[in-house]
Ligand binder design. Structure first.
Ligand SMILES: NC(=O)c1ccc[n+]([C@@H]2O[C@H](COP(=O)([O-])OP(=O)(O)OC[C@H]3O[C@@H](n4cnc5c(N)ncnc54)[C@H](OP(=O)(O)O)[C@@H]3O)[C@@H](O)[C@H]2O)c1
Length: 299
């Protein structure tokens, strides 16, 4: 099996690489699978011709698309670029995967929902993104489903953080050094996702018959860590684990205006992925603890 992973420099791409490089069961020497990790420099999803050119010379059995335009606020100003990467490139990848008879595993977002529900979202709940990023990601989902009614899989995830790159955890730790106290919104509820946990689940799924067997209907699955928290509670736990005595004040979203609107509640039900793939999901606190230990070792 030749398995392509896009977004090799991103949080999820790097987390998949780490497992592939350290798990001897999956690693290249012992396994019949060959993993190829690519970044923007190898395969630029903002360019239709770069995508065509890359796949003219490369054929795969599985494509895992971790690359995306993820700058939620900047997307309001760069809607065309966000649409190219999150929608049109996904459409092109789906067409190529279909022609190559490759399976496609794509990552989407909780921001396809408007956040107005008072219950956790199921995979089939009403979709109504409230910002450009969410709209482009939804357009990508729909294009993929239209071109690949079979042999693809979409995972919707939320609040992704890791020991790599810029994310809420690294931002809190940086701001903690620069300021005396912080105001963090407490009226947006969701579940954090440790990228290493999601990476592990993706590698489990691609080994599973329900993904690998021919002619599987394309499905969408929700995935995050377990637990329901606000950004304020998330920040407090980060400082607690970092052993930084720091004042974190709860504020309302309206006190912290951002270019892109954020959904109020993006909790997602995960029964489907748990049942179909028989996976166990860690609580957000234990996964955050794991990530913080790795960050401390890096210091
Ligand atoms: N982060 C979150 O909180 C969150 C929440 C829900 C869903 N998701 C979804 O989860 C997936 C993984 O997210 P992540 O957190 O790993 O994102 P990330 O760290 O921002 O990584 C995204 C990767 O996409 C690459 N990329 C951007 N433009 C590209 C282009 N034109 N061509 C090729 N690659 C390009 C970036 O490359 P460079 O590093 O070179 O810029 C980056 O490595 C994405 O589909 C995202 O939409 C993320």
């Amino acid at each position: 099996m030749r398995i392509l992973v896009t977004g090799k420099n991103g949080q999820l791409g790097r987390s998949i690489q780490k497992i592939v490089n350290t798990d001897t069961k999956i690693g290249n020497n012992q396994s019949p699978n060959e993993y190829i990790f690519v970044g923007k420099e190898d395969l630029d999803l903002s360019s239709e011709s770069s995508i065509s050119h890359y796949f003219n010379n490369n054929k795969f059995d599985i494509i895992i698309n971790c690359a995306a335009y993820t700058q939620v606020d900047r997307a309001e100003q760069e809607a065309e670029l966000a649409n190219q990467i999150n929608h049109l490139a996904v459409k092109q990848l789906a067409s190529i995967a279909s022609n190559q008879r490759a399976k496609l595993l794509h990552i989407s977002t909780d921001y396809v929902f408007d956040g107005e529900s008072n219950k956790p979202y199921t995979e089939t709940d009403t979709l109504n993104p409230i910002n450009v990023y969410g709209r482009t990601k939804l357009a990508g989902e729909k294009a993929l489903q239209a071109l690949m009614p079979m042999n693809a899989l979409i995972i919707r995830t939320s609040w992704v953080y890791s020991e790599y790159g810029n994310n809420f955890v690294s931002t809190m730790l940086r701001l903690g050094k620069e300021r005396d106290e912080l105001n963090i919104v407490s009226d947006q509820i969701g579940s954090p996702t440790y990228a290493a946990d999601l990476a592990g689940v993706i590698l489990e799924i691609i080994r599973h018959n329900k993904f690998r067997d021919v002619a599987q209907t394309t499905q969408i699955y929700n995935y995050s860590n377990e637990g329901e928290i606000s950004w304020h509670e998330f920040a407090k736990e980060i400082f607690k684990l970092a052993e930084i005595d720091y004042k974190v004040n709860p504020i309302a979203t309206k006190q912290y205006p951002t270019p892109a609107k954020r959904p109020r509640n993006t909790l997602m039900k995960k029964d489907k992925i748990i049942t179909v793939f028989n996976i166990k999901i860690s609580n957000w606190k234990s996964s955050l603890n794991t990530c913080m230990k790795i960050l401390k070792e890096k210091q």
